[in-house]
Structure formats: structure tokens, C-alpha cells
Unconditional design. Sequence first.
Length: 95
Amino acid sequence: MLLSTLVFPSIQILINSTLQLEILQTLRISQLMQSLLSLSSFFIIFLLFYFFYYIIPYERIGNKVIAISAFWAALLWAIMKYIFGYYVTYFLAAE
């Protein structure tokens, strides 16, 4: 989760900085690259939740249940990550 929680948002901050500073215009990342970063972040989070749901329970749970639970957890994690980024960008900047 360290990679998804710290590294990918740091890359997003760098991308947003390139949009505002002319000096950093050469560091612009294409839309395709940004989509690949988002998908890889989602996939890493999915794998981590799958691993946790596979290891932590005392009783054996079916792989289908684990995969569905990990998918929804990763999806909600990604949504909340974007909502938090929106909050930090627009509401904290106003203060």
C-alpha cells in the first residue's frame, strides 16, 4: 500500500505541477501514461486486498468471494483517493 498511497499521489502532484509551471513543461505525462498509472495503482491495491483477505481469516474462504471483496475494496479505495485529492486541491487551497 506504500506504493499506492505515497508514490502514485506524489507522481500526480508532479503532473499537476507541470501544468502550472513553465519550467516543468518538459515533464508532462500523456493521458495514456496517466491512465496506465491509475490502472497499475488499482491493480496493486487489488492484489494487496486479495492477499489480506486470503491470509487473515481463520477459516478458508472461496477464491471467488476473496476476488469480489478485493475488487470492491480496491474500487472504493481508488474513489476515496480521488475524493481526498479533490478535497486537498480545492478546499485546503482556499484556506
